[in-house]
Write a protein that binds this ligand. Structure first.
Ligand code: ADP
Ligand code: MG
Length: 238
């Protein structure tokens, strides 16, 4: 488990700020949802936390360590992408195992870890298939399993359900909430869908134009919006 802190974090591309002086504490073990319209800086924020993007200004802390200069592989955070980013030539097992390649885990332990995780995400009968033969929901589970095998302190998920149809999306929401409860790990979850945010998060971070508008429980954001943007964004159904 880990607490993440952003201290006055900004990101500029060329001379434009896409994340502007963000201060945020992501609580240990929480399911924190970053929500806001397209282009508001959600992915950039996640990528900075994961170390895939350098901050322009400010500091990112994981527990009691400033990780600004720590490479992505050493940050103990695992990111699940919107497009899954699976390797098409590898089997499901190979894709999951890929999450481990830099770690010196003995083969027998590796096998049992992969089997355990495959069972948790319901892929135990698909380990020797190639990603392109799987459904969207199964591919999403492979991406999750590949992140889980790292046993990270923090899971970062960037719109992981946006490529799924409505029924599967709703099922996967429930599965992700259960997974969070089971692992007890910190989840940082991005969506542009306010319904998804409100139904999944125990903590909501509402963003617009690179700035935090409101950071509170779903109940408080809904009942006590702090500004017009917050009232309209959360109040308007998707
Ligand atoms: P969101 O995930 O909320 O849709 P992003 O974080 O992807 O938003 O993008 C925020 C803004 O930063 C957008 O205007 C986007 O075009 C811009 N942006 C993102 N990545 C880059 C990049 N590598 N170079 C230049 N501009 C970028
Ligand atoms: Mg995005």
């Amino acid at each position: 488990m880990a607490q993440i802190r952003l201290k006055n974090v900004s990101k500029r591309f060329d001379n434009e700020y896409v994340v502007n002086n963000m201060n945020l504490t992501v609580k240990d073990g929480s399911f924190t949802v970053l929500v806001g319209p397209s282009g508001c800086g959600k992915s950039t924020t996640l990528r900075m936390i994961a170390g895939l993007e350098q901050v322009s200004e400010g500091e990112i802390w994981v527990d009691d360590e400033c990780v600004n200069d720590v490479s992505p592989g050493k940050r103990d955070v695992a990111m699940v992408f919107q497009n899954y980013a699976l390797y098409p030539t590898m089997t499901v097992k190979g894709n999951i195992e890929f999450g481990l390649t830099n770690r010196k885990v003995p083969k027998r332990e590796r096998e049992s870890l992969i089997n355990d995780i495959a069972a948790i995400v319901g892929l135990e009968n698909h380990l020797y298939k190639k990603p392109q033969t799987l459904s969207g929901g199964q591919r999403q589970r492979v991406a999750l399993a590949r992140a889980m095998v790292k046993k990270p302190k923090v899971f970062i998920l960037d719109e992981p359900l946006s490529n799924l149809d409505a029924k599967l999306r709703s099922q996967m929401r429930t599965e992700l909430i259960q997974l969070h409860q089971r692992l007890g790990t910190t989840f940082i979850y991005v969506t542009h869908d306010q319904v998804e945010a409100m139904s999944m998060g125990d903590e909501i971070v509402l963003l617009n134009k690179g700035e935090i508008q409101q950071n509170d429980s779903p109940m408080n954001v809904y009942h006590y919006p702090v500004n017009v943007f917050s009232a309209e964004f959360i109040g308007t159904p998707a």
